[in-house]
Design a protein around this ligand. Sequence first.
Ligand code: NAP
Length: 293
Amino acid sequence: MEAPKINGSTRVCGLFGYPVEHSFSPAMHNEAFGHLGLNWVYLPFLVHTDHIKQAVDSIVSLNIVGVNVTVPHKQSVLPFLDELEPAAKLIGAVNTIVNHHGKLIGYNTDGRGFVQSLASEANFQPRGKRAILIGVGGAARAVAIQLALAGVKALDITNRSQEKAAALACQINQAAATTVNTIPWESNELEQSVATADLVIQATSLGMAPQVDQVPPFPFQALTPQHLVCDLIYNPDQTRFLREAAAQGSRTMNGLGMLLYQGVLAFQLWTGLKAPVEIMRQGLQQQLAKIGG
Ligand code: NAP
C-alpha cells in the first residue's frame, strides 16, 4: 500500500485503546481507504484510562469522523457519548463511535460482525437455531446479545465463573425471546446440549497464541457433521478447539471473520460507503502473516 497523501482535506478516524500498537485495524482501514481512493486516514491513539473523557471530547473538538474503541475503554466511554444504538445499550459496551455533526453516537459492531461472518463465511442464519456459548467475557457478551437479537431460539451458556453466565442469561431472558440456560463448567449436561445444538461458539481466551495447547473442557465426541463450530480466536487460525471439532467432521470457522466484519460495519458507519471487504481481509491477513499467525 502507498503511504497516504495527507493534506488539509484529509478526514481522520482512528482507534482509542491501551495498548494499541498490536492492533490490525489501522492496516485494515487504511487499505480500504487507499483502495477506494479516499482522502481518509485511520490512526492509532494510545489513550490512558485517566484521559478517556478528554479523548472522547476531542473527537468533536478535532473534527475526527469517528473512532474504534478497544480494551480497556469499551465500557468507560459510555458516559461521554450522546446516544447509544440499541445493541450497544444492551451489551453495555461500545467499539465504534461516530461523530454525527458534533453528536457522538456509540455502536457495538463486534456481535453484529460475528453474526455477519456466520452468514457470509458459513452460510449460517441464526434465526430459530440452538447455540452453545463457552465463555462470558466482553466478546462473548456481544456475540450472545447479537445472536439473541438475530432470533436464536435457545442459547446455552457455560463459563468458568458461573455467576457471570447467570447474570448474562438473566439479562437476555428479560430482553429477548431467546431461551437462555446456564450449564455448569465441566458438567455432563453439556453433552446433552450438544446433541440438540446447531452452533457452538468457543469465546474464552483458551487456545490463543502463545498458549495454543489450551482448550476448555468440551464433549467433542458429541459433535457431528451437522454442527457449525466457531472459535472467536484468529491467532492461531486453527485452535486446538477447532481441530478437535474438525476431527469429528463438524464445520469450523475461526474469529477472523468477526474481526473483519466488525471493521466492515464501522467503515460503513463512518463513510456511508460499501466497504471493500476482500481488500480489508487482505489487510488483516498481511498483518497476521507478519506475526506468524
Ligand atoms: P475477556 O473479557 O477477558 O474474557 C475471557 C473469557 O475467557 C472469560 O469467559 C474467562 O472466564 C475465560 N477464561 C480466561 N482464562 C480462562 C481459564 N484459564 N479457564 C477457563 N476460562 C478462562 O476476553 P474477551 O475480550 O472476551 O476475549 C475472549 C477471546 O475472544 C480472546 O481469545 C480474544 O482473542 C477473542 N476475541 C476475538 C475477537 C474477534 O474479532 N474475532 C474480538 C474480541 C475478542 P472467567 O469469566 O471465568 O474469567
